[in-house]
Design a protein. Structure first.
Ligand SMILES: *Cc1c(COP(=O)(O)O)cnc(C)c1O
Length: 372
């Protein structure tokens, strides 16, 4: 069967991903690294990226839910996969069967998991998640301490780790993060006194890894830094990293319109002069957000061309008057470099009024991922 040529795609630069992992390794020293691949590896493709990092000898993978964990196993990814999020009872049979590691958040969850593991005659590797101030998942320290005392009753659960998550590791005033660390250290001490002394302790996501050396313990959990990005105000740190993802599309339609012509839904834009308009096959269904309407630029033949009119579900219109030789089929860069011009994922996210995480995760399923 003939295959379709790409209309809208992302290019994933795996060499850059390996470079970023090397930078992370430098910052992490001898500690082990759990690559966080939730949300389809922030839009980069979880299975493919797991293969890349497996070849680099990564220690473990972290995912958001059971479905993501099973997807990696089905694809033949071996080695530790930890579900950092919540596992519900109905998911436990498959999770236990495929040797997925689980973060424990409640006593009830631990008991249900113990029951399922016993039923299958298996040992499940578990990490106890301590809620030190994030307020989302995990046991409060006052619940974790008695739980640790009772842990030896749960014969089919092997406690291999203790972890927590910071609410905001990069603020100017680190007091809250330090409080979170203190609470975590209390739980760590209790576990040690109870004889759990080979535990993997992990707390640091990307920014804490580069910013809060006292939070690295013996494993780190970077996500966004693998993709060459760090949140907003951290451009300096991010310079060591290389962006992995570029987002491209093609002109599918071109027309010359006179002055005063409305463009797109709701007529939010009228051409001020005779204008050449290109239509691009990318819209908010692909994650090119409607908030970018009349705001962002795209790159064509090394030139910036503004988006004009509202971004619709499947299409976006741009003013290509700056590129007189533009033609149907020309490649258009939404994120990435073209000649001397560059549009960073963080720039586009800022224009859309969202975090770079949200922008990347939002790149739609029908956008083909090309690995190079
Ligand atoms: C998403 C996530 C991470 C990674 O965070 P980044 O800021 O992308 O590095 C680490 N740990 C947990 C529990 C997460 O949910």
């Amino acid at each position: 069967m003939a295959t379709l040529p790409q209309r809208t795609w992302v290019e994933i630069n795996t060499a850059h991903a390996r470079h970023n992992l090397a930078q992370i390794r430098r910052a992490a020293g001898k500690r082990s690294i759990m690559a966080i691949l939730k949300a389809n590896a922030y839009g980069h493709g979880a299975v493919e990226m797991a293969r890349v990092f497996s070849r680099e000898g990564i220690d473990a993978f972290g995912v958001g839910d059971s479905g993501e964990a099973l997807e990696l196993r089905e694809a033949g990814i071996e080695g530790p996969i930890l579900i950092v999020g919540a596992v519900i009872e109905g998911e436990m049979p498959a999770v236990v069967e495929r040797d997925i590691e689980v973060n424990l958040h409640t006593v009830e969850m631990a008991e249900a998991l113990q029951k399922e593991a016993a039923r299958q005659g298996k040992q499940v590797r578990v990490h106890l998640k301590i809620d030190t101030g994030m307020g989302r998942l995990g046991m409060q320290p006052f619940q974790a301490v008695p739980f640790l005392h009772r842990m030896h009753n749960l014969k089919n659960l092997e406690l291999v780790g203790l972890c927590t998550h910071f609410s905001y590791p990069y603020e100017e005033n680190p007091n809250f993060t330090l409080r979170q660390l203190e609470r975590f250290n209390v739980a760590v001490d209790v576990a040690r006194r109870l004889g759990f002394d080979n535990l993997t302790l992990h707390a640091a996501s990307s920014l804490a890894l580069f910013r809060r050396k006292e939070s690295l313990f013996n494993m780190v959990r970077p996500g966004v830094a693998l993709w060459g990005l760090l949140p907003g105000d951290e451009k300096g740190l991010a310079k060591k990293l290389k962006p992995v993802l570029a987002w491209k599309t093609r002109i599918v339609f071109l027309k010359d319109v006179p002055e005063g012509q409305p463009i797109g839904y709701n007529r939010t834009y009228y051409t001020p002069n005779p204008t050449r308009i290109a239509t691009l096959p990318v819209g908010y269904n692909d994650g090119y957000r409607r908030a970018l309407s009349n705001k962002s630029d795209v790159l064509i033949n090394g030139k910036r061309c503004p988006v004009v009119g509202l971004v619709s579900m499947d299409y976006t219109t741009v003013d290509v008057s700056a590129v007189p030789n533009a033609k149907v089929g020309d490649v258009v860069t939404l994120i990435g470099k073209d000649g001397k011009q560059e549009i960073g994922a963080e720039d586009l996210a800022a224009q859309a009024g969202v975090s770079v995480y949200e922008l990347l995760c939002g790149i739609g399923r029908r956008v083909v991922r090309v690995y190079c």
